[in-house]
Write a protein that binds this ligand. Structure first.
Ligand SMILES: NC(=O)c1ccc[n+]([C@@H]2O[C@H](COP(=O)([O-])OP(=O)(O)OC[C@H]3O[C@@H](n4cnc5c(N)ncnc54)[C@H](OP(=O)(O)O)[C@@H]3O)[C@@H](O)[C@H]2O)c1
Length: 320
């Protein structure tokens, strides 16, 4: 069955939001916080979860796995292979902390003071042995027999060898990955989607009101598209600016008829714009705040008028 049909992306009222698990563990947010948050996401109506072997330094999949152990049949699980997390041994963790401290104390030292390789993620891991082991590790952590979608993480056109294609086909034949696609940077994506051998059951990349990659990639492929970074880090800076600059916020609010000094309203605009730009596709979002999660999912069902979205685009681009 085509992935688009399986996900019901073209059904009226389809929930086209996916929850991103990159921030599920770390920065004071522990595994039990992550488990509680995932439950909120699923209960609020989002069943599509995007993770990767390397998220949370290799720990995010296990958090998602604790939900999958109980509610797998309600979930669509997407994971990625191609980047391996750094070692989680006590030595590696201690060294990482020491190097981070040194880098903070001596800014610029990143260029000459580099931690040993086992303390860093490993990129371009696409050999048959390593890719198969990565998928096996994902399945174990996620407590499932299959990935709904396997994405080749940060794939470069040069990595797409016959051996990689054969490995991917084997994983599909064995039922370990039902669908396969790519999740890489927009220039690589544009190049890869033009090669007929590239697995493109799903094509994932960054796109936002500030950085529109959708138009150019959609022109090259009919594959279902998933976009991330609709808000990203710049959203936080803009929300802060509009909160602290009432004159600026008032220009926005009057043109849009919405109170943009409230970050949740701004988030609604960013997500609404992303969903409208990617009809029949998915928009990933992330949050460590349960209220934000509920609000984002509730507002994703609303339609924002095209006049408001056009005005939003022009305001956001002026602000950039
Ligand atoms: N190579 C790849 O395929 C790739 C690369 C990057 C990301 N991704 C995927 O995409 C996922 C999403 O990442 P992203 O960068 O696209 O995240 P995003 O959703 O664009 O931005 C997340 C930021 O938005 C804030 N936010 C969300 N809802 C909010 C609300 N209602 N009000 C105020 N602030 C709100 C969050 O803060 P709070 O936490 O405070 O709510 C967080 O700081 C990742 O987890 C990952 O799964 C994939």
């Amino acid at each position: 069955m085509r992935l688009r049909d399986e996900l019901g992306l073209e059904q009226p009222g389809a929930v086209r939001l996916g929850f991103g698990c990159a921030s599920l563990v770390g920065k004071g947010f522990d595994a039990s916080d992550g488990e509680r948050l995932l439950e909120v996401v699923l209960d609020a109506g989002v069943r599509y979860f995007d993770t990767a072997r390397m998220y949370g330094e290799g720990r995010a999949e296990a958090v998602l796995g604790s939900l999958a152990a109980r509610r797998r049949s309600d979930m669509v699980i997407v994971s990625k292979a191609g980047i391996l997390p750094p070692s989680r041994s006590p030595v590696a963790r201690g060294l990482r902390k020491a190097y981070a401290l040194a880098h903070r104390t001596a800014p610029g030292s990143q260029t000459w003071l580099k931690p040993p390789a086992f303390c860093e993620p490993e990129f371009n891991v696409f050999s048959r042995k390593a890719l198969t082991a990565s998928v096996e590790a994902s399945l174990q952590e996620l407590r499932t027999d299959y990935l709904d979608i396997l994405l080749l993480h940060d794939l470069d056109p040069a990595d797409l060898t016959d051996d990689l294609l054969d490995t991917v086909q084997t994983l599909q034949r064995e039922g370990k990955a039902r669908h396969v696609g790519i999740a890489t940077d927009p220039p690589q994506t544009r190049s890869l989607v033009q090669r007929k051998e590239t697995p493109t059951e799903l094509v994932q990349f960054a796109s936002s009101v500030w950085n529109d990659n959708l138009s150019s990639i959609r022109a090259l492929t009919d594959a279902p598209l998933a976009i991330h970074s609709a808000m990203g880090t710049r959203f936080r800076a803009l929300a802060q600016r509009l909160k602290t600059m009432p004159d600026r916020a008032s220009v926005w609010s009057q043109r849009l008829g919405m109170n943009v000094a409230e970050p949740a309203v701004l988030a609604e605009l960013f997500l609404g714009h992303a969903l409208a730009s990617n009809p029949g596709g998915l928009v990933l979002f992330s949050s460590v705040n349960a209220q934000h999660v509920k609000r984002n999912i509730a507002t994703a069902g609303k339609t924002i008028s095209s006049e408001t979205l056009t005005a939003f685009e022009s305001l956001a681009r002026d602000e950039h």
